[in-house]
Write a protein that binds this ligand. Structure first.
Ligand code: SF4
Length: 293
C-alpha cells in the first residue's frame, strides 16, 4: 500500500504565527489566557496549556492575566470590552482575517449590505460581522439565500469566510445575483478566501484523483478540515475525516492500494506523522494476515 501525503497541508502560516506568538507571550508574561481555543485541535491546545496558555471561553472568566485573541479575530465590541477590563492583549488575529474585517467595515460605511458567505456561529464570521457595524448578515449556504430580508439595501457586497472553497463561493455569488437581480443595483464581490486554504484544497483535490482512499486529519469542529474532506468526497473517493490516528479503523485500509493523507490548517505535523505510522502498522498487520492486496 502506497501512502502519499498532499504536497500542501497542515498548519497554515496564520495558525503557526498565532501559536508562536502565544508561546512567546506566555513565557515572557508568565502565563496568559486565550479567548477561545487557538486551533480546533485538542492536542495542540494541550501542548499550549503546558506552555502556560490556558483557554477561557467568555469575557467573564478573565482573571487579570494577559488575554490572547486567537487567529480567528474578534469584533470591535470584544476589543472594547477587553480594553475596559484593562488586561494586556496579545492579538494573534491572522492578517488575512484582519483584511476581511477591514473590508466589512469599509463596505458597511460605504452603505453596502455586507453578506458574509459563512457559518454565523463560527468565530471568524462573528468577528467580521462585528466590523460590519450592524449591516452584516451571514448566510451559511446558497440554499438559504431566500432567508435574506426583503428590505436589503440595493447595494450589496459579498465576502466569504476565509476557508470556503473557490467553487462554492463562486456558486454562492452566482446564485445571489440570479435570485436577487431585480433588487440589486450594485454588487461588489471581495475575494476574502485564504490562499493557504485554497492551495491546500487544490493539493487535496489533485491527490484525491490519484488514490482510492483519503484520510483527512483535523479537528471535527474545524471548518477548513471539513471543507478539505468535502473536496475529496466530491472527487468520488472514499474519504474519512479524523482528528487523530486512534480513530482509524483497521477495516478502512483493507483492499486499498493508494492512500492519500491531508490535514487541515490547525493540524500539527506530529499528528500527521502519527497517522502515517498507524497506516503503516495496519498495512503490516494486514500483510501478516494475508488480507492485503
Ligand atoms: S487558514 Fe488562512 S485565514 Fe485562517 S488562520 Fe490560516 S492563513 Fe489565516
Amino acid at each position: 500500500m502506497e501512502i502519499i501525503k498532499a504536497h500542501e497541508m497542515g498548519f497554515c502560516f496564520g495558525v503557526r504565527r498565532a501559536v508562536e506568538m502565544m508561546e512567546e507571550a506566555a513565557e515572557k508574561l508568565g502565563g496568559i489566557t486565550s479567548l477561545g481555543s487557538t486551533v480546533h485541535n485538542r492536542q495542540v491546545v494541550e501542548r499550549l496549556r503546558e506552555a502556560g496558555v490556558d483557554v477561557v471561553t467568555s469575557l467573564e472568566e478573565i482573571d487579570g492575566r494577559p488575554v490572547a485573541v486567537t487567529a480567528h479575530g474578534v469584533g470591535p465590541q470584544v476589543s472594547s470590552a477587553l480594553e475596559e477590563i484593562g488586561v494586556t492583549v496579545v492579538d494573534t488575529t491572522c492578517p488575512i482575517v484582519t483584511r476581511s474585517q477591514q473590508w466589512a467595515r469599509h463596505l458597511a460605511r460605504e452603505g453596502f449590505a455586507v453578506i458574509v458567505f459563512g457559518d454565523p456561529d463560527h468565530k471568524e464570521v462573528r468577528g467580521v460581522l462585528g466590523w460590519a457595524e450592524g449591516k452584516g448578515i451571514a448566510v451559511p449556504d446558497e440554499e438559504l439565500l431566500h432567508t435574506l430580508p426583503e428590505d436589503l439595501p440595493s447595494r450589496v457586497a459579498v465576502l466569504s469566510q476565509t476557508t470556503h472553497t473557490e467553487a462554492r463561493f463562486a456558486s454562492f455569488v452566482r446564485r445571489l445575483f440570479e435570485t436577487r437581480m431585480d433588487h440589486i443595483s450594485e454588487l461588489r464581490v471581495i475575494n476574502t478566501l485564504c490562499n493557504a486554504t485554497t492551495s491546500q484544497q487544490a493539493a487535496a483535490q489533485e491527490l484525491a484523483r490519484r488514490v482510492d482512499l483519503m484520510i483527512v486529519i483535523g479537528g471535527h469542529d474545524s471548518a477548513n478540515t471539513r471543507h478539505l474532506a468535502e473536496v475529496c468526497e466530491e472527487e468520488g473517493v472514499e474519504t474519512h475525516h479524523i482528528e487523530s490516528a486512534s480513530e482509524i479503523e483497521p477495516g478502512w485500509v483493507a483492499g486499498h492500494e493508494r492512500v492519500g493523507v491531508t490535514a487541515g490548517a490547525s493540524t500539527p505535523d506530529f499528528a500527521v506523522d502519527e497517522v502515517v505510522e498507524r497506516l503503516r502498522e495496519l498495512e503490516r498487520q494486514l500483510s501478516a494476515s494475508g488480507r492485503s492486496k
